[in-house]
Structure formats: structure tokens, C-alpha cells
Design a protein around this ligand. Structure first.
Ligand SMILES: C[S@@+](CC[C@H](N)C(=O)[O-])C[C@H]1O[C@@H](n2cnc3c(N)ncnc32)[C@H](O)[C@@H]1O
Length: 270
């Protein structure tokens, strides 16, 4: 996510570049005061910014000001089962970065003896902890504060280090420093994985392989009224089509976004 570019799920085309317009209207520059000094250093490095024109900032404000709204969207966008199935399993330790409200984290619980979920936004960590409390074996997961560029984990810590819809080449959302950090905490012979990558060539030039899983995929909103409501906020260009469709499940294609079917990964030298 650079400048006014939309995050992974709100991207792919000119239509998607406009997709943040309703989200951007929800916040103003005054809302930037919600950022901690550490967050402000990363997300508003010049000391000022305007979420009305910068959709990246608007997403960061969404995580902090309306985390439940964000969670309703993320909960509807299920990962392709092939993506999850192809991650290492029965390993000792997994580290996830930018865990959000746990879309991937909950899938990781039974793949490792210990999972560390790193997430900078406090309101999202709270929701994630709530879900883990209710989940079988949720106590295998430790939730920690941290950022891509400074992971609170030792060298060679995990067998799998993974980010889902969170890493981008932009410094504030990973970048060179963040990728180096993910590789630092991954043990030799372990795997670093980026799910739903938005700049594939960037990762390929850094030694990452790529796999995409086929098949029709839909966003599964909780109900038809929720589909209409959330489309109006997150996919305004598709809102009329969603209304006409009359269903709670809406093909990603209709919303104009690429489905979460892609995985970039690198197995580190042993
Ligand atoms: C689109 S959400 C994805 C959350 C979750 N991984 C999922 O798939 O539902 C992006 C996440 O990246 C986190 N994030 C943003 N900047 C970050 C950074 N510099 N370091 C680590 N995480 C970051 C956000 O707080 C948010 O939880």
C-alpha cells in the first residue's frame, strides 16, 4: 500500500482505486490523533496526512476506530482452502505478522504447538484475543504488539513466518526491512509465506515462488442486508449489483477484487 493505493482486497483495477471513496469519507485528519507515536512515525512520517485523500491512512483508521466493522468484512472474505492446506503443518512454532482479527490465525492453531500472532493495532488485538478465548486450543496462540520492521521475536524463532493481506513493499507495511525481519525470525530450512500478495514481481525478484489456487470464490457476508451495507462502504462501485443479486454470497468478481487464492513463499536455505 503506497500513497493512495488501496490495500490488498480493495485493489486490482481503476475501479478498485476508487473503491476507498466511501471509506475515506468516514475519517478526517483530526482522527490521526488515535495513532500512538510509534504508529504515527510509520503511517504519517511527515507528521501530517489526510485520510480523505489517502486510502491507506483510512484503512489504518478503520482498524483503530471501527474495528468491528473491519472484522465483519474480513470475516466474510474466506481464504481459499488450498492456501491454508499448503502451509507447513505439525511444526513447532509459527509466527504471523499483521494478524488482524485472526482470519488466518485461527487456521494456524492446529498446525503448530505454539503460534505467535504479531499485530500493531490494539483494537484488533482485543478482538483476536476474544476469538482465541472461544476457540479450541486458542491458548496455543500468544498475541503480541509489533511491526514488520521490528518483530519482537528472536532469530530463527519459527518454522513458518507468515503474513496474510498485510505485507506490501511499502516501508510502513513491510518493505525491504520487513521482509528481512520475517526471514530473520524464520529458522534455516523454514518457510516465509505471504498470502494474498499485492506486488508479486517484487517478491519474485527476492527469491519467492508463487502459487495460485483455482475455482470460483465468493465473499460470504452474514446476510443479504449485510452484503448491501458493507458493499456500500467498501465496494461502492459494485453496490447496485450486490443489491440486484439479492444474495448474501457475492462473487469476488462482482466486487472487482482478486480473491484470496494466491500464496508467495520462500523456503530458507537449511
Ligand atoms: C488487511 S489487514 C489483514 C489482517 C489479517 N492478517 C487478515 O488477513 O485478516 C492488515 C493488517 O496489517 C496490520 N499492519 C499494518 N501495518 C503493519 C505493520 N507495519 N506491521 C505489522 N502489521 C501491520 C494491520 O494492523 C492489519 O491488522
Amino acid at each position: 500500500m503506497t500513497g493512495t493505493e488501496a490495500p490488498t482486497w480493495a485493489r486490482t483495477s481503476q475501479a478498485a482505486a476508487r473503491a476507498g471513496r466511501e471509506l475515506r469519507k468516514r475519517y478526517t485528519a483530526a482522527d490521526l490523533s488515535v495513532f500512538s507515536p510509534e504508529e504515527a512515525r510509520r503511517f504519517v512520517p511527515q507528521g501530517a496526512g489526510d485520510p480523505q485523500t489517502n486510502v491507506t491512512l483510512a484503512w489504518e483508521l478503520l482498524y483503530r476506530l471501527e474495528p468491528e466493522l473491519y472484522d465483519r468484512l474480513a470475516s466474510a472474505e474466506h481464504l481459499h482452502p488450498g492456501v491454508v492446506a499448503s502451509l507447513p503443518q505439525d511444526v513447532d512454532r509459527i509466527a504471523e505478522v499483521g494478524a488482524g482479527t485472526g482470519r488466518l490465525t485461527l487456521e494456524l492453531i492446529d498446525r503448530a504447538r505454539r503460534v505467535v500472532a504479531v499485530e500493531p493495532a490494539l483494537p484488533l488485538r482485543r478482538i483476536l484475543r476474544r476469538k482465541l478465548t472461544a476457540a479450541d486450543n486458542g491458548d496455543r496462540v500468544s498475541v503480541m504488539h509489533g511491526f514488520f520492521d521490528r518483530l519482537p521475536l528472536p532469530d530463527d524463532f519459527a518454522d513458518l513466518v507468515v503474513a496474510c493481506s498485510a505485507f506490501t513493499p511499502a516501508a510502513e507495511h513491510g518493505g525491504e526491512g520487513g521482509l528481512a525481519e520475517m526471514e530473520r525470525v524464520c529458522r534455516p530450512g523454514g518457510c516465509v509465506a505471504i498470502i494474498w500478495p499485492n506486488h508479486l514481481e517484487w517478491l519474485v525478484t527476492r527469491g519467492y515462488q508463487y502459487v495460485s489456487f483455482p475455482g470460483a470464490m465468493s465473499v460470504e457476508f452474514g446476510s443479504y442486508p449485510e452484503a448491501v451495507e458493507l458493499a456500500g462502504i467498501f465496494f461502492p462501485d459494485a453496490a447496485d449489483k450486490v443489491r440486484r443479486l439479492g444474495r448474501r454470497d457475492v462473487p469476488f468478481q462482482v466486487l472487482g477484487i482478486n480473491p484470496p487464492r494466491d500464496l508467495a513463499f520462500k523456503v530458507l536455505a537449511a
